[in-house]
Design a protein around this ligand. Structure first.
Ligand SMILES: NC(=O)c1ccc[n+]([C@@H]2O[C@H](COP(=O)([O-])OP(=O)(O)OC[C@H]3O[C@@H](n4cnc5c(N)ncnc54)[C@H](O)[C@@H]3O)[C@@H](O)[C@H]2O)c1
Length: 335
């Protein structure tokens, strides 16, 4: 059986993907900066039917990546290692963002090309590629909506899909780019390389600590969230499809969560009774940083349906599932 390489596989999305791949019996290679997966992943993943290898290395080092392909037959690659820089880091360390997100990608694709065994590459793009367009269009469509990324991270993600598809075309690698929407759920933790954790994890942490939080005034800005189990199902669809109907596809929930955030907060309050929340009064500063201050368009999900995938977790299902995860001990998400 050919192995599947996941760079950044010990990160948030990576761990969820690796768990799903191992669950279906795959041989998975995790390549990243971590020497081992965070607890309790090693224990949990050992119960799954697949085979796991964890290889510590840096995607900026082409030789280390080439060595991963030596003596192994790798059939698919998820080159997911990335630095998700906030404003301070992109200003202070632009080379780090470019080197990891772009040079690291090219190194990975070159190693895959040289191996000659890879039949599918799933490129990790992002809803961040819509950038300015997200504030001007109510629906963010892969074809009709111009990509105008704002952040350096968003620029690199657009380059990941454009350069990635171009190079894969030159090199005989069959690639699909997933524009991943803002995601939350199990295994999310601070890797030190993603500067803003999801709003849902930050709210859950506050709830578990029994804090009283003040959120922005109503109405909250429009924003679509994606539950990570939906995302992983979408990534598996992109891995498995024989003939991709599209080369760039949004993977997102496809609806605005702003109107249901109060319901989500109530779920937390009921489960953690010492937790309280309210909207800020006029002129009052919220105690929790919201992920956006301006309403954003929602990512279209019609193209993803052509891959046989559709999101299944509404807010209620996602919160019920995620709270189960939060209460399972030990886990790395609480920090
Ligand atoms: N989380 C989201 O909401 C979201 C949204 C859109 C796209 N994505 C994409 O999904 C992918 C995974 O993101 P995530 O949220 O899991 O991030 P994360 O920070 O949780 O994980 C990133 C992983 O990349 C690894 N990494 C970083 N620099 C590396 C290097 N130089 N060499 C080797 N490994 C390195 C880290 O060790 C870490 O395991 C990224 O490509 C990201 O752009 C994520």
């Amino acid at each position: 059986m050919d192995a599947i390489l996941v760079t950044g596989g010990a990160g948030f999305v990576g761990l969820n993907l690796v768990e799903a791949l191992l669950g279906r019996g795959e041989h998975v290679l995790v390549f990243g900066q971590e020497a081992a997966l965070p607890e309790p992943a090693p224990t949990r993943f050992a119960r799954l039917s697949g085979r796991l290898e964890v290889i510590q290395g840096d995607v900026r080092d082409a030789d280390t990546l080439r060595a991963v392909f030596k003596n192994r037959r790798i059939g698919a690659v998820f080159p997911f290692a990335a630095v998700t820089a906030g404003p301070a880091r992109e200003a202070a360390e632009p080379h780090l963002v470019l080197d990891v997100n772009l040079k690291g990608l090219v190194n990975t694709l070159q190693a895959a090309r040289d191996a000659g065994t890879v039949r599918r590459v799933v490129l990790p793009s992002s809803g961040a590629v819509y950038g300015e367009s997200a504030y001007a269009h109510p629906v963010l469509d892969e074809v009709a909506t111009p990509a105008v990324p704002i952040t350096l991270y968003g620029v690199t993600k657009y380059a990941v899909e454009r350069a990635g598809l171009r190079l894969c075309g030159h090199w005989g690698l069959d690639a699909v780019a997933a524009r991943i929407g803002a995601t939350f759920g199990p295994w999310e933790r601070d890797t030190g390389l993603r500067d803003t954790l999801s709003l849902h994890l930050r709210l859950a942490r506050a709830a578990m600590r029994g804090e009283a939080v003040v959120i922005p005034p109503a109405p909250l800005p429009a924003y679509d969230w994606t539950y990570v189990k939906d995302l992983v199902a979408g990534l598996l669809a992109l891995l498995d499809v024989e003939e991709p109907p599209h080369r760039v596809v949004n993977l997102a929930s496809g609806f605005d969560w702003a109107p249901v955030m109060a319901d989500c907060l109530e779920v937390l309050r009921q489960r953690f009774p010492r937790f309280a929340w309210r909207h800020a009064a006029p002129g009052e500063t919220p105690t929790i940083a919201w992920n956006e201050s301006r309403p954003r368009g929602v990512m279209a999900v019609q193209r993803a349906a052509d891959f046989g995938w559709r999101p299944r977790f509404g807010p209620a299902e996602a919160y019920a599932d995620n709270i189960g995860w939060l209460l399972a001990k030990p886990h790395p998400g609480l920090g």
